[in-house]
Every structure is written in C-alpha cells, then in structure tokens.
Design a binder for this molecule. Structure first.
Ligand SMILES: [Fe+2]
Ligand SMILES: [Zn+2]
Length: 317
C-alpha cells in the first residue's frame, strides 16, 4: 500500500458555512469583504471574520485532534454495550438488502437496522456523552453529535458500509468505482427545540460520493423534515427508525426547522478515493492534495513511488 491519505486544500478556504451568508470562500479579509459586501452590511464583519478564522483553524487541526481524542477515549471510556466495539460480536445486518423504494429521484429508502440495534447505539451515544470525555462536533454545520472514529466504532461503521456497498454500486455505479468505499466519515446529527441544539440544516451537499442516513431515535418530533432537491423543487423524505436513506453526496438536501421534540440520525459519508482523486466533490476540480498525518483525511490518496500509468487497469490496492 504505497500511498498516504490526504485532504484537498480547498477544505482550508472553501465551503465555510456562515448561517447568514451560506457557504463562503475565504482568501483573506480583503477578498472576503469585497466578495460579500452586500451580505456583510447587516453583520459585524469583524465577528464573521473571526468565526471564519476559527473554523479554518478547526479544519487544520481536525485529524490530529480526532486521533488524540480517540486515544484518550480508548483509554478512559467504559462502553455500556461492549459488543458494539468488537468486530466478532457486532450486530448482524441483512446480507442482501431488500425492499428498496425510490420515493424521490435518486433517493433510496430501505430497512437496514432493527429497532433493537438502533436502541443499542442510541444508548451507547448517550452513555458516551455522560462520560464527559473530549470529543469534536461532527462538522461545521452541526453543533451536536459525535464522530464514530473518536469513540472507537469504526468497525461497526465498516460493517454498515460493507452491507450497503453492493446496493450503492448498483444505484450509483459512477460514484463507487472499482475499489469501493475505502474510507468514510460517520457521525450523528441531533435536532431539538432548545436554543443550544441544532434546529434545522441549510441546504447543502456532502463531502461524500454516497451518503447513508439512518434515523436512530425520535421523540415527539414535529417538523424537521429531511428535504431533497428535485427537478420539481424540494421534496420531503419520510423517516422511520432503522430505515436507511441512500443518496448521492452531491444531491442538494437540507432539514426544515424542528417545532417540537427531538431526533438523532446516524450519517455515513461514504468515500471512494478512486472517484474523488479525479475530481474533488467540494471544489469540483482536480484535487490539490495535502497529506494527513493521522487517519484517512478526506479520503483522497497520494500515490508514492509509482507512476500513474502503472495503476491504470488494476483493480486491487
Ligand atoms: Fe448532508
Ligand atoms: Zn477540493
């Protein structure tokens, strides 16, 4: 395996989410003020710039901190449902996925996890949060939630990715590639009515070739529909505990405001280095790669000591 995992450098200046401005690009204060002059009129530009700089700093450190948190959690965390952490005792998923429906063009819905399995995961996440150990927010758009890599649940996520890979291959052949999903980013999103919680999610696309979204928990939830862009405008996708929703990461989607109750979903951004190495899904260009020291970065690969031609036509790595 003669490669290093990498990120595309656009991660350090592009697609930075500012609620009032949407996704912005930042190449220093002069460019920023000039580009967003209109939107900044009603805002405190200094505050906005400080937020952006903090976000860029967060992005620069994300992989190292994930690794540090993983080590601390591994040492100190006492799992509640230890079977979730062991490759041999993980819960089993359907060997073949059946009952797939496509209610919205390009959005597939099917049963994947049982209510008991969802319950086990929800319990574990709650237990983890009570342990008060260091952990990061899942991404720049969601305040609450956890990263599965940090708490040591990568094997569990891998088993879920493996279970849905054949279906992904069938529905999105151009997004999976011959090597399959060789990395992923998995996290929870949590919505509630409290001011400290996330209540909605602006329309966006994901840093994923294919996204898997599994509703794990709801309580008296009203509003908060997951919506997808279609040729005829946005359409809501029904959510049911354990029923997975599969869509191309590039399909625009968002979440409407929650009006009561709460919910928690597991999101898996499934990535194929073969596909994203050709075009970064975030800047839509040939990626400008930077090696990461820890983890799998954003799922890009830098190949070493081998000419590109030597890999053409090979299927395994
Ligand atoms: Fe998303
Ligand atoms: Zn990029």
């Amino acid at each position: 395996m003669n490669f290093s995992w990498a990120v595309c450098r656009c991660f350090f200046y592009k697609n930075i989410f500012i609620p009032e401005l949407g996704h912005v690009e930042f190449h220093g204060r002069q460019q920023f003020v000039k580009t967003y002059l209109e939107g900044l009129r009603k805002l405190d530009a200094e505050n906005v710039i400080a937020d952006i700089e903090a976000e860029i700093n967060r992005r620069r450190n994300i992989n190292g901190i994930t690794y540090q948190n993983y080590l601390v959690i591994k040492e100190k965390y006492k799992p509640l449902n230890s079977q979730l952490f062991n490759k041999e005792t993980l819960f089993s998923l359907p060997p073949t996925i059946q009952g797939v429906t496509e209610c919205i063009d390009g959005v597939f819905n099917f049963p994947l996890m049982s209510l008991d399995q969802c319950g086990l995961l929800v319990e574990e996440i709650k237990h983890f949060k009570q342990a008060n150990l260091p952990h990061q927010r899942p991404n720049s758009m969601n305040k609450n939630g956890i990263l599965f890599t940090e708490i040591g649940l990568d094997d569990l996520i891998r088993s879920i990715v493996d279970a849905v890979q054949p279906l992904s291959q069938e529905k999105f052949p151009a997004l999976v590639g011959s090597t399959g999903f060789d990395s992923f980013k998995a996290f929870t999103v949590e919505y509630a009515t409290e001011a400290s919680a996330d209540q909605d999610l602006a329309t966006h696309f994901d840093n994923a070739e294919v996204t898997l979204n599994i509703p794990l928990f709801t309580e008296d939830q009203e509003g908060n529909e997951l919506i997808f862009q279609t040729k005829r405008g946005f359409r809501p996708q029904e959510m049911e505990i354990g029923r997975a929703i599969l869509h191309a990461g590039s399909q625009q989607h968002g979440v409407l405001p929650i009006t009561s109750g709460s919910r928690c979903n597991l999101i898996i951004w499934m990535r194929s280095s073969e596909i994203r190495n050709r075009e970064c899904p975030m800047c839509k260009q040939s990626p400008d790669l930077e090696e990461v020291e820890f983890g799998k970065g954003d799922g890009f690969k830098i190949w070493k000591g081998e000419t590109k031609c030597a890999r053409v036509g090979t299927k395994s790595m």
